[in-house]
Design a protein around this ligand. Structure first.
Ligand SMILES: [Zn+2]
Length: 72
């Protein structure tokens, strides 16, 4: 049973502390949200690994932030 408040960080149960789990939840919310491709502007971007994002609509791979596809 996952805690609602903690979102995806609820999988850690009673372990690791409250503050750190809320931080994980914030990060994973962005990570699992829908990401827009900077090239074709379509929503189909997934994270391949840390900082590497892949768009399966226009087949492009690019470097973004570790947990966010935004290129600044
Ligand atoms: Zn694209």
């Amino acid at each position: 049973m996952a805690l609602k408040k903690l979102g995806s960080a609820g999988r850690f149960g009673a372990r690791y502390g409250r503050k750190i789990k809320h931080k994980i939840n914030d990060v994973e919310k962005i990570l699992r949200a829908k990401h827009t491709c900077p090239f074709c502007k379509k929503v189909g971007v997934k994270r391949l690994s840390v900082g590497i994002w892949y768009c399966n609509k226009c087949d492009s791979k690019y470097a973004g932030q570790a947990y966010n596809s935004n290129v600044k």
